[in-house]
Design a protein around this ligand. Structure first.
Ligand code: FAD
Length: 302
């Protein structure tokens, strides 16, 4: 089932989880144990990220295929423009197609560590909208079916870190949607006002596809500081203050993260969001507690 089919006639918010291919064998073993626990929580689909470079890239398709085939759960492969020529993109798309995966999260990717600007690989792309256009061309040429893939693109409620303004960034988001994206999944944020404002501005520009808020439950203070400094999401002062008390205590950080995530998710659901996308960081316990707490908001009559 493709992304747009999930949202077209949905009678309730659509829930998705995002996992990443681990770098070590041990972490992979651990993820393989976590996957059935995540599936127990009945998300509608699971997306698997694409590593900046190197070995984890191969694992994106492997893990997405395993989830789809072994657990009969819908999946999406993330795909970036980093280090890939158009021909290489075709090769990856063909493998995704042959694996029976129908959804792609199409991204530009980040510049390599230490570099400020993204430079397009030889015969490759500079922006995600070009990758979306490429996927739509690929479907027609190699699959013979338009809109075979469901395509998601990234949105940034606090603007993308390189963008001069939120307004300009949303204009670029519009281009991704015009190129053929079916849904937008947002970067993580800790203040729902950023999301509400972002959706309002996107709608004012006639972006009418579902915009799914991305939520990351905090599991470690150091980790969330590293992630937010890379992606530009801000931590509100009150949350920051709480987290200062948990710098060396992941259990405490996790408790704060669960509380924060439940609070945000409930408010978003009360305001009628089309779905929630959880960055679950390859763990299940925290998301299990979060899902229990928000279940009545997802399935009001159950
Ligand atoms: P783009 O949409 O191309 O935007 C990049 C920048 O260029 C923005 O500042 C934008 O405003 C600007 N821009 C866009 N078009 C134009 C134009 N025509 N002219 C001038 N400027 C323009 N990274 C990974 O490496 N692997 C992953 O699996 C992954 N998954 C992600 C999933 C989600 C839901 C999100 C939110 C992010 C993910 N990322 C991932 C991170 C993402 O790759 C980075 O944020 C990257 O820096 C931007 O990617 P993008 O697709 O948003 O790029």
């Amino acid at each position: 089932m493709r992304f747009p089919d999930f949202f077209k006639c949905a009678k309730r918010p659509i829930i998705s989880f995002e996992i990443f291919p681990p770098k070590t064998e041990k972490a992979l073993e651990n993820l393989l144990q976590v996957i059935p626990e995540l599936i127990e929580l009945s998300p509608d689909y699971i997306t698997v990220t694409y590593g900046a470079m190197g070995s984890t890239r191969e694992k994106t398709l492997e893990i997405a295929s395993l989830i789809k085939q072994h657990y009969n759960m819908e999946t999406a492969c993330h795909l970036t423009c980093v280090g890939a020529s158009q021909r290489e993109i075709d090769n990856i798309l063909m493998r995704i197609y042959k694996a029976g995966i129908q959804n792609i999260v199409a991204l530009r990717g980040d510049p390599p560590r230490g570099e400020r600007d993204f430079s397009a690989p030889a015969d490759g792309y500079s922006y995600a909208y070009q990758l979306v256009e490429h996927i739509r061309r690929f479907e027609k040429t190699f699959i013979g079916q338009e809109n075979f893939f469901g395509i998601a693109v990234a949105g940034y409620p606090e603007k993308h870190i390189e963008a001069p303004s939120l307004e300009e960034d949303i204009l670029h988001l519009k281009r991704k949607v015009e190129a053929g994206a079916d849904i937008v999944i947002t970067q993580l944020f800790f203040n729902n006002e950023f999301y509400f404002n972002f959706v309002k501005k996107a709608k004012a520009l006639n972006i009418s596809v579902p915009i799914i808020p991305g939520l990351m439950p905090i599991v470690s203070v150091r980790q969330i500081k590293r992630i937010t400094s890379m992606c530009g999401a801000t931590i509100p002062p009150s949350l920051q203050e709480e987290l200062e008390e948990a710098i060396d205590d992941d259990e405490k950080a996790s408790e704060i993260g669960i509380r924060q995530c439940i609070k945000q998710a409930r408010e978003l659901l009360e305001n009628g969001v089309p779905g929630l996308h959880f960055y679950v960081l390859n763990k299940s316990q925290h998301i299990s507690r979060i899902m229990s707490a928000i279940k009545p908001y997802i399935y009001p009559k159950s």
